[in-house]
Design a protein around this ligand. Structure first.
Ligand SMILES: Nc1ncnc2c1ncn2[C@@H]1O[C@H](COP(=O)(O)OP(=O)(O)OP(=O)(O)O)[C@@H](O)[C@H]1O
Length: 235
C-alpha cells in the first residue's frame, strides 16, 4: 500500500550501543547514540580515527549487529532482522560507498553496477543493462562502461562505485570516507556529485575525519569515543 504520510525522518538511532568482545576485554565502540536522520539531507558524521565511525557504518548498513539499542530505517527495525532478512534488506535499501571503491576487478563497470541487481534477484536482461548505463551516465562514466576498474583512475572508480550504490534505488546511501583516498581536486568532484544527488532527493550519510567538509553538510554530527559531542571545539 502506498505510504501517504511519509515521515521526514528516514533513519532513527535509539541508544545504539556496540561493544566489541576481545581477549583483552570488552571495548565499547558506540556508547548510546540517538539521532534522527532526515530524508533528502547530506548528513555528515565527523570524528577522528577510532571515534566509532566505521562501527556506526556497519550498524547502519546491517553488516554487524548492535549490542543494544534500535536502528529504524524507513520504518523497518533493522536491529531485529535475522541474517537472511538483513542481507535482503541491505541489498534493496542501502547503497554503500567505500574509501577503497571495492569494485570487482574482473568485471566491466557496467557489470559492476548490475551486480547488486543480480544479488537481490532484481536482474532483468533488458532493463538492467539500460538502467546501469543510465546510472553510469548520471555519474558521467557512460563512455567508460566497458572498461575494467584497473584501467581507470581512482576518481573514476569512485564514480562507478556511486553508480553501483544507486543500482537498486536505495532509500539510504552510506559513504565511509568516500574521498579519503582521492586527491583534493578529485575529492571535490565526488563531493559535488553527492550534493547533486541530495538535491535530487537522495539521503546520504557520509562519515569522514575531514573537518573542512563539515560546513557543506546539511546536517552534521560530531562523534568522539562512541558518543556525539556538541561541536568542533570539543573535538
Ligand atoms: N572488530 C573489532 N574488535 C575490537 N575493537 C574494534 C573492532 N573494530 C573497531 N574496534 C575499535 O573500536 C573503536 C572504533 O573503531 P572504528 O573503526 O569504528 O573507528 P573509526 O572512527 O572508523 O576510525 P578510522 O577513521 O580510523 O577508520 C576503535 O578503538 C577500534 O580499535
Amino acid at each position: 500500500m502506498e505510504n501517504q504520510t511519509q515521515s521526514p525522518v528516514l533513519v532513527k538511532l535509539r541508544e545504539v550501543v556496540k561493544t566489541y568482545h576481545t581477549p583483552a576485554g570488552d571495548f565499547p565502540a558506540l556508547r548510546g547514540l540517538s539521532a534522527d536522520f532526515e530524508r533528502g539531507h547530506l548528513i555528515g558524521v565527523i570524528g577522528k580515527s577510532g571515534a566509532g565511525k566505521s562501527t556506526l557504518v556497519n550498524m547502519l548498513t546491517g553488516v554487524d549487529h548492535l549490542s543494544s539499542g534500535e536502528i529504524w530505517v524507513d520504518g523497518v527495525g533493522v536491529h531485529a532482522l535475522n541474517e537472511n532478512e538483513l542481507a535482503l534488506w541491505r541489498g534493496r535499501n542501502v547503497g554503500v560507498i567505500y574509501q577503497s571503491f571495492q569494485l570487482l576487478p574482473n568485471l566491466t563497470l557496467l557489470d559492476n553496477v548490475m551486480m547488486p541487481m543480480d544479488l537481490c534477484g532484481l536482474y532483468h536482461p533488458q532493463r538492467s543493462p539500460q538502467r546501469a548505463m543510465e546510472l553510469l551516465d548520471l555519474v558521467e562514466m557512460a563512455d567508460q562502461a566497458f572498461k575494467i576498474p584497473s584501467t581507470i583512475s581512482g576518481g573514476q572508480q569512485q564514480r562507478a562505485a556511486i553508480a553501483r550504490a544507486l543500482a537498486n534505488d536505495p532509500q539510504l546511501i552510506v559513504a565511509d570516507e568516500p574521498t579519503g583516498s582521492l586527491d583534493s581536486a578529485t575529492a571535490e568532484t565526488i563531493f559535488l556529485l553527492f550534493e547533486r544527488l541530495v538535491a535530487q532527493g537522495k539521503t546520504i550519510v557520509m562519515v569522514t575525519h575531514d573537518h573542512s567538509l563539515a560546513r557543506r553538510m546539511t546536517r552534521i554530527y560530531h562523534i568522539a569515543d562512541g558518543l556525539w559531542i556538541d561541536d568542533e571545539k570539543d573535538y
